[in-house]
Structure formats: C-alpha cells, structure tokens
Write a protein that binds this ligand. Sequence first.
Ligand code: NCD
Length: 300
Amino acid sequence: MRHDYLISAKQLSRGDIEAVLDRAAEIADDPGAVAHSHDNDLLGLLFFEPSTRTKMSFDTAMKRLGGDTVDMGSVESSSVKKGESLADTVRVIEGYTDAIVLRHPSEGAAKLASEFVDVPVINAGDGAGQHPTQTLLDLYTIRENAGFDDLTIGIMGDLKYGRTVHSLAHALTNFDASQHFISPESLRLPRSVRYDLHEAGAQVREHTDIENVLEALDVLYVTRIQRERFPDENEYRQIAGEYRIDAELLEQAKDDLTVMHPLPRVDEIAPEIDETEYATYFEQAHNGVPVRMALLDSIL
Ligand code: NCD
C-alpha cells in the first residue's frame, strides 16, 4: 500500500491488510497506549453523502488518538452549494488538515481529489465504486469470528451498486477464500469486478438463490439494496425485500455461521436474528474504531 493514501482495496496486499489488522488488535487491547500518539493531528471530514458509522468512527478514531477533526458539514451548508468544484474544495481543506477523508456520490472522486492535494486522501465511499476502510473492518471481523483458513463466504444483496462488496471481494482474493455471490440477475457483480476477480485467480460462484449455498457458508455478508443508486424506482421496489434472511432460513445454516452487514440495514435481516449467536453486524460496526485508529496511525 502507498502509505500516503487509500483509494481502493485493490491497493492492499495480504501483508498490508495483516499489518493494519494486527495493529488494530493491539489498539483494541490497550487503547490507552495510543491516547496521545497524534495529539496535534487534524483530520478533515468531507462527506458529500449521508453517513453515520463511517464518519462517526473516523471522528472517534482520530480523537481517541489524541487528534481532532474538522468537518465540512452537510453539502447544503457548505460552499459546494454555491457551485464550488471538488478540486477547489479539497485544495482549500488540505491547508487546514493533515489528511482528508472523503465520501462522494461519484465513482472516482477520491482518486481525483488525491491528484489535487499533497495530504493523504482516504476514500470513505465513492458512488458505487469502492469503500476500502469498510473492507478493513470487515476483514478484521471475519478474522476474529471465522478466520481466513478454508473460508467460504456468501455475499448477498446489491452486488451491482454495493461499494462495500466491490472492495471486500477484491481484498478477499488475498486469502484464497471461496466467494459465493447471491443476488438477482439484475444486481450481479459488475463485469469489471468479475474480470478483476478472475484475473486474481479467485474462486467465485454466482447464485440467484441463497438456499443453494447457505449450508456451506462460514460467513454470510448481507447488503442493502442501494435505493439511491437505482435509475428506476419501480425496479427498486420490485427487488427490495426479495433478498432477506430470517430465523427460519438460518435453520439450514452451520451453527457457527457469522452473519455480517455493513449497515444501515433496511429489511434484509429480520430483527429476530439480532438476538442470536449469528448476528455479528453490531460488533462489526464497533470494530470500525480500532481499525480506523490503526489506519490513521500508519498513514499520519
Ligand atoms: C455502506 C456504504 O455507505 O457504502 N455503509 C457503511 O459505510 N457502513 C453501506 C450502505 O450504504 O448500504
């Protein structure tokens, strides 16, 4: 990984990933040891799309390292509303902060921003493109709960527009995982991602029906149908709700199946699952803090 920025999970080697996860585990064990390690560092938060977990966990992570954050706030309350370009916005913010975290509705926005500034840019989601820091916390959660040896993972839902899926699938090629993609035909993984996985020699299978593969899975990664990225609202309505898991379905799963979700959840996981041993999605969200602390510590 180039340590000056993180734009795509494709940049991450197995060694890069393991270094961040190992550091995150150390930090999770003893957060006090790093509480003042970045006392003078400032992180810029530029979120052009809604966010709860990603933004708040970056904010928490920077503050837990002793640093602070500067937040652009909502698009409505910033100069973006007056027509300022992304390039101009990031060129200004680089003068205020030591690194920039950017979420933007356009694919390629983080890469573009990184070309205009000298401070590190961290991609916190670019349209239907990539979300590499989510992937790091996903991998941390997988390692803690299922491990990477002989891992069989099912990734279900909106594989076309879901950026967390695109990043995770790439990163998993470093671990020889067997990857099963479960979605309606219209929300299959994009051709470009399938091509990259093929080039990386990944073991990939695609399914339209979860029941064909559920019993083989160690991890089931469920995702939200990305309503905001659907060109057609009617098509969204038709599909939403079809790819949903509940307690009855999970009777067919391994007892130690790990169910993950990047959140926010809409209807994809019945709330009755929350109280079971399968549910790992809140732990997954919490892991965002030590993982982002480890990442910031290595980048800054
Ligand atoms: C995801 C995102 O923004 O891509 N959320 C997150 O960062 N945890 C998933 C989603 O919006 O469905």
